[in-house]
Design a protein. Structure first.
Length: 302
């Protein structure tokens, strides 16, 4: 079986002979690795840009691998956007080195962000927490990188992109302000989650997270780890468990059952979305607002 890097090179060479989609549709062809980046691209690009998302909506991002059709889309793209921050390593390690980037703009959306490590620190080297887009504050920085790429590729429509970027920027800044004010009067300082993917929210809005599994969703928790987490919840007098609606609630139910058996107190499971695709008609902004509402409950905002 051909290696991924060799397959990229062969497909890129083959597609060079065909007319690029931008010449056919008249639109900038932008390929984003996953939903949040595609959402920002669509909001800024509007009807001047045709956006394709590589990773299917609400799919585990860390271990996903591209298909032949995905690689062909990358070969034809005018702008390619990936997250970086150790999230889509398959792109950095296998796709990018073999991709003919002549005439393309490649955007690492998290390149200019201040990253935190798995322990929540900014002063240590990686591995980094890759879940940058969940923070509205950092999402604004990622969206700015996309805006700059669109203006660079298509300066004739710079005013159009600027108008749409300013609109998105205002919404993201409004979200950030809502989080800051909404969580200012919290009475608890720790949330308990099945997947510790909310470090940037915790860092920005001054709380901590404790997870059944760490920043990688591929991990498997130990019985000792779960027991220790239950002990922490008892110590914090906390009876809320957060789970992403896309992932299994297996670990949340284990925590719930263990804690209820230990204390006799009813435990509530709340949703905290990783925002990997539209859910029940809710887009990035709506899911971020829902996350804030549930954080208020879990953190005891009066």
């Amino acid at each position: 079986m051909l290696g991924l890097a060799l397959l990229v090179a062969l497909i890129a060479g083959a597609t060079y002979m065909f007319m690029a989609p931008a010449q056919i549709t008249g639109k900038i062809q932008l390929v984003a690795s996953f939903y949040p980046l595609a959402y920002f691209s669509e909001e800024i690009g509007g009807d001047k840009v045709e956006v394709r998302t590589l990773i299917p909506y609400n799919t585990e991002v860390h271990s996903w691998q591209p298909s032949t059709a995905d690689i062909m889309a990358l070969a034809d793209a005018d702008i390619v956007v990936y997250n970086g921050a150790d999230l889509d390593q398959w792109f950095q390690e296998d796709i990018l080195p073999a991709l003919n980037i002549s005439g393309k703009i490649v955007v690492e959306a998290a390149a200019n962000l201040t990253l935190i490590t798995a322990s929540g620190d900014t002063d240590e080297p990686g591995p980094y927490d890759p879940h940058t887009w969940i923070s509205p504050h950092l999402a604004e920085g990622e969206a700015l990188s996309i805006y700059n790429a669109l203006v660079q590729k298509d300066p004739a429509n710079a005013a159009y992109y600027n108008q749409r970027w300013q609109s998105l920027k205002e919404r993201l800044e409004g979200l950030d302000a809502s989080y800051t004010s909404g969580l200012a009067n919290k009475t608890r300082g720790t949330i308990f989650v099945t997947h510790a993917a909310f470090g940037y929210l915790a860092y920005r809005y001054n709380f901590t997270q404790e997870g059944v599994i760490g920043i990688s969703a591929d991990q498997e928790p130990s019985a000792e780890g779960i027991a220790a987490l239950v002990e922490q919840m008892v110590e914090h007098n906390t009876f809320f468990v957060f789970v992403d609606p896309v992932y299994s609630d297996q670990y949340a139910l284990i925590l719930k059952n263990e804690l209820e058996a230990r204390t006799g107190h009813q435990v509530q499971i709340l949703e905290l979305s990783l925002i990997l695709g539209p859910l029940s008609g809710e887009d990035y902004i709506a899911q971020s607002e829902a996350n804030l509402n549930n954080l208020k409950i879990g953190l005891g905002v009066p």
